[in-house]
Design a protein around this ligand. Structure first.
Ligand code: SAM
Length: 445
């Protein structure tokens, strides 16, 4: 009996095994859909555990799950939060740090457009906020270094390619707005630009769009493209005024007793607000050059007779064309009498992203007149989200430093009246912040 008792399990076991094997053989293979579903379920379980730990557990548990490979990029379905949003809400800088170290996306937007940094700001958690913002700056800097390396490589490739098209213009490269596959301002992307082929996202497309000048519901003039995007809007007038004041007032040529006016370069005429202000300076600008690319705006300038004002020169075309090395002599015409170069340079274009702004920074050392020269730009990139706006501003400061410029920032409060009526009829609100960070850059010597 003992033997049979011993034998019995063994027999049963063999039988069971062969039954399982038979069952297995008979079971239909899983479909690709089933496998995908199982993988998805496992992922959601792992992500949910991470989010739970980030919210309630000690940092050691969070680190354990991260080490196991819990997905930091996952955004849950009720609010669109990723683990970094939850870490920010908990206000625990160690957990924020752990999530960032495992690749949590710093600029993931929830369903209300809030990034994790915005959550830290909303609870006044400066330590976590700075950590998230710095991760944004670091990621963006890295992205630009990689882009530059990629650019060098593709240039080399182009040089080595027999029959490479020598007439290929800048507008046809893949680095233009709307044509890059790596530049996004989305929850998963890392850069500050939309992949957008419309007139608002593609500068060349914009140049072909029909523009209209009209009155907004706020009683202010605006110019819009054919899709109803605000190209320039009257509410920006006080900001333009501050730009002019901060760029011009401190310049030696604007001090009492000075007779020779400034040499000014403005890129983008729009409503002509800033150009009218430059014309109103005392003493008047000795030379005032405007680069304007859109044919309808050029027509508008001529209709207003702005091109006939003394010292005014309208350079028709895109700044990318006028600022090429072989065009610099033409660009600087009119400034030679006072030594060559501009005292004040301002750029405010449309349908261009950070890449283009950064490209313009590289032009500055070739066109500024002296250490007293001042550069400023419309600082509106990422201006519907406080964290992204902060990252973009810091990035600009670092890239200006790369070209030998130091930047001072002036906080300007944006009037609360920039509200409903202002944006009525406008396709996309491009400004949603209370503080405008106005940059003033001078040579770093
Ligand atoms: C926002 S508006 C400028 C507003 C101006 N600061 C003002 O005070 O009214 C932008 C202008 O830049 C022009 N623009 C856009 N891209 C350009 C480019 N690449 N080169 C030259 N002008 C450009 C547009 O046609 C438009 O007139």
């Amino acid at each position: 009996m003992p033997a049979s008792r011993r034998a019995a399990p063994s027999t049963r076991s063999k039988k069971a095994n062969s039954t399982t094997a038979a069952a297995k053989a008979a079971a239909p293979a899983k479909t690709a859909e089933q496998i995908a579903q199982e993988e998805h379920d496992a992922l959601v379980t792992s992500a949910s555990k991470l989010i739970h730990a980030v919210t309630y557990s000690p940092v050691a548990e969070v680190k354990r799950l991260l080490k196991e490979g819990a997905p930091t990029w996952y955004q849950e379905e009720s609010m669109g939060w990723n683990c970094l949003h939850f870490a920010a809400e908990r206000g625990d800088a160690d957990i924020v740090k752990a999530c960032l170290a495992s690749g949590a996306v710093w600029n993931a937007m929830d369903f209300l457009g809030r990034t994790p940094g915005d959550i830290s700001l909303s609870i006044n958690d400066e330590k976590s906020y700075i950590m998230i913002r710095n991760e944004g700056i670091r990621t963006e800097m890295l992205h630009h270094v990689l882009q530059a390396a990629k650019g060098d490589e593709s240039m080399e490739e182009e040089d080595n390619t027999e029959g490479a098209n020598p007439t290929k213009t800048e507008g046809q490269t893949s680095d233009k707005p709307g044509e890059s596959s790596t530049s996004h301002m989305t929850s998963t992307g890392i850069t500050l630009r939309h992949e957008d082929k419309t007139s608002a996202g593609d500068n060349l497309e914009f140049m072909r769009s029909k523009l209209v000048w009209e009155m907004g519901d706020d009683g202010k003039e605006r110019v819009c493209d054919a899709d109803g995007n605000g190209v320039m809007m009257g509410w920006e007038e006080p900001l333009m005024k501050e730009h002019v004041r901060l760029m011009c007032n401190a310049h030696p040529k604007m001090q009492e007793g000075a007779t020779e006016g400034l040499n000014i370069l403005n890129i983008g005429y729009g409503l002509g607000i800033i150009d009218d202000m430059f014309q109103g300076l005392t003493p008047r600008p000795i030379s005032h050059t405007v680069i304007e690319g859109h044919p309808d705006v050029i027509q508008h300038i001529k209709k207003r007779g702005f091109d006939q004002k003394p010292g005014v020169r309208i350079l028709e075309g895109r700044w990318q064309d006028w600022c090429k090395d072989d065009k610099l002599e033409d660009l600087l015409k009119g400034t030679e009498e006072s030594g060559g170069g501009f005292d004040v340079v301002f750029i405010d274009t449309f349908a261009e992203g950070y890449e283009e702004l950064k490209d313009f920074f590289d032009v500055l050392p070739n066109i500024l007149a002296s250490p007293e020269s001042v550069f400023s730009f419309w600082n509106g990139l990422g201006a519907t989200n406080p964290t992204i706006y902060d990252v973009a501003s810091n990035l600009a400061e670092l890239h200006l430093d790369d070209v030998g410029m130091k930047t001072e920032w002036h906080d300007v409060i944006v009037d609360e009246s920039v509200a409903e009526a202002t944006w009525k009829g406008i396709k996309r609100k491009y400004w949603d912040l209370r503080v405008y960070k106005l940059p003033i850059a001078t040579m770093n010597i």
